[in-house]
Design a protein around this ligand. Structure first.
Ligand code: HEC
Ligand code: HEC
Ligand code: HEC
Ligand code: HEC
Length: 154
């Protein structure tokens, strides 16, 4: 009898503990990482930004037809992208670490692998070139620099 009621109490405690821990573990768990809606891109690796911050609608991009997460997110192993949806995401700057302009003689691919802005521009603009008709309103809006780096008031 005594043992049995102890068991019930223990079970109750476990259930309470479970309830209390529920939301906490969900927020802490790195197992499935959710994508943010909008990201202001103003990387801290730059001593000084020469261009205005880029507001990037992560949500819209993830929802555009034909775009998958792994077109932007990668972890390469032996030349293959092993990143999959739900995995943790490192900032681009974790691997594309250099600021400033790459030296002229550097190959484009190496510049992209090393330089942050080169990687971002290759990713963002590379896809826009492929997916957006340059004569459409969207194409025109994104053609120059201000489509992403809006003019700032002086
Ligand atoms: C499709 C979007 C897009 C367009 C168009 C674009 N950029 Fe960027 N650019 C970015 C993003 C994203 C970053 C990374 C910003 C960050 O994380 O700080 C960046 C970073 C930069 C940086 C390094 C950070 C800084 O502020 O100094 C420079 C310089 C830059 N861009 C110049 C340009 C110039 C010049 C043009 C036009 C020829 C241009 N960009 C067009 C998206 C764009
Ligand atoms: C068009 C490109 C693009 C697509 C598609 C995309 N992302 Fe991202 N994502 C980014 C960029 C850029 C960042 C910011 C990286 C940085 O700050 O260096 C980011 C950041 C993230 C972050 C980290 C946010 C933070 O606050 O640290 C997560 C998580 C993420 N993405 C998950 C996803 C998932 C899941 C999908 C698919 C549903 C997805 N992304 C699709 C470009 C993209
Ligand atoms: C874990 C390290 C790592 C992170 C984080 C990372 N990259 Fe890369 N990225 C690489 C490596 C390594 C290569 C070169 C791969 C090769 O040449 O085989 C590369 C290549 C690229 C390329 C050229 C080839 C391709 O896959 O299109 C672009 C563009 C690029 N990265 C953009 C980004 C952007 C944008 C982000 C952030 C959303 C990002 N990278 C985050 C390591 C990383
Ligand atoms: C895999 C393809 C792809 C990549 C990578 C990509 N874009 Fe886009 N982007 C699109 C498409 C498709 C549209 C919408 C075109 C339309 O509606 O006609 C778009 C539209 C936009 C717009 C205008 C509408 C909006 O969503 O706010 C901005 C700004 C923009 N992109 C910025 C960026 C930046 C910054 C990056 C890099 C961090 C980036 N894009 C990377 C495909 C891409």
């Amino acid at each position: 009898m005594r043992l049995k009621s102890l068991g019930v109490v223990a079970a109750g405690c476990a259930a309470l503990l479970f309830l209390a821990m529920g939301p906490l573990t969900a927020a802490d768990a790195p197992a499935v990482v959710k994508a943010p809606d909008s990201i202001t891109m103003e990387s801290k690796i730059y001593k000084k930004h020469t261009k205005s911050p880029v507001t990037f609608s992560h949500k819209k991009h993830a929802e555009y037809k034909g775009i998958t997460c792994d077109q932007c997110h990668h972890v390469y192993k032996d030349g293959k992208n092993t990143w999959k949806e739900g995995d943790a995401v490192q900032k681009c700057e974790a691997c594309h670490t250099e600021t400033g302009k790459p030296p002229k003689e550097m190959k484009k691919a190496d510049a992209i692998t090393k330089y942050h802005a080169e990687a971002l521009h290759a990713n963002c603009r590379g896809c826009h070139k492929k997916m957006i008709d340059k004569d459409s309103d969207m194409g025109k809006a994104l053609k120059g620099c201000t489509g992403c780096h809006p003019k700032t008031k002086k």
